[in-house]
Design a protein around this ligand. Structure first.
Ligand code: FE2
Length: 280
């Protein structure tokens, strides 16, 4: 490890309203500029106000050309889809859904015992040769996600490897790393991320020094290129999602829940939805 990544961008999440009126914090959203390639979107669900009234979620909607990764920390999300799958993504669980050529699904958050709902949804792009592949899921329950603990660092590894410990999510085109990292006070952590890969950190609790810059929650950080990141804490703890992956370097055309490579592919998608041939 000889080239430390610096912070190239600090993003303050913005409140967005999605689905049937769900209020969430959005840091990045799909854009033609594709600045976070292969990552497209990062949303943070954080409901804790009982005055918000009945829970609204994301009623049936389609996806094509992407992967959605849902990670719940509190509360749960009930999902069902056009393939006949349904289930509950509970606290600590992950659902890695590859939409491929098409899926219709519903995602409905439910409060946990505390009354809170807290979780994240990441969208990862698919390379052009997999955009029309068969949809598939990797459902990972909390108990099957390994926790690595050493010298003040605690990591839940969803995808990627830490000191030989592998996350359960596999065979994803972007070779992603997705982990929930917590540092105790007065801890230094250096972690290798391959050069050329896009690297992001979503700092959602506490305060840490990332590549020499003090960052308070809640912020999304984008790192410059290099072969490792450095994070340290002083008096506080810090907790963040570390996200990294290989960019596809292909043009993208996003349209709502679809991300394709050309406008013609988006037009074809909309035509299939209209004439009822979207789900094959
Ligand atoms: Fe969805």
């Amino acid at each position: 490890m000889n080239k430390s990544r610096t912070i190239s961008q600090i993003i303050e999440p913005q409140t967005a309203i999605e689905g049937a009126g769900v209020r969430l914090l959005r840091s990045i959203a799909p854009k033609v500029s594709n600045l976070f390639d292969p990552f497209l979107l990062f949303d943070h669900f954080a409901f804790n106000d009982p005055l918000e009234g009945p829970l609204r979620g994301f009623p049936y909607h389609p996806h094509r050309g992407i992967e959605t990764v849902t990670y719940m920390l509190e509360g749960s999300t009930h999902h069902r889809d056009s393939l006949g799958n349904q289930g509950l993504i509970g606290p600590g669980d992950v659902q890695w859904m590859s939409s491929g050529r098409g899926i219709l699904h519903e995602e409905m958050p439910r409060r946990g015992e505390s009354g809170n709902i807290y979780g994240f949804q990441l969208w990862v792009n698919l390379p052009s040769h997999l955009k029309m592949s068969a949809p598939r899921y990797q459902e990972v329950t909390a108990s099957t996600i390994p926790t690595y603990e050493k010298d003040g660092v605690k990591i839940r590894i969803v995808a990627g490897t830490v000191d030989g410990v592998n996350g359960p999510v596999e065979d994803i085109a972007a070779s992603p790393l997705y982990m929930d990292v917590q540092l105790a006070p007065d801890t230094l952590w250096l972690f290798p991320i391959p050069s050329g890969h896009t690297a992001l950190a979503y700092v959602f609790d506490g305060e840490g020094v990332f590549s020499g810059e003090t960052v308070n929650a809640i912020r999304l950080l984008k790192f410059s290129d290099g072969d490792h990141i450095s994070v340290k804490t002083e008096n506080d703890t810090v907790r963040f999602m570390l996200i990294a992956g290989a960019p596809f370097k292909e043009p993208i055309v996003p349209y709502g829940p679809f991300v394709m490579n050309t406008l013609e592919e988006i037009q074809e998608t909309l035509k299939e939805l209209r004439n009822g041939t979207f789900i094959k």
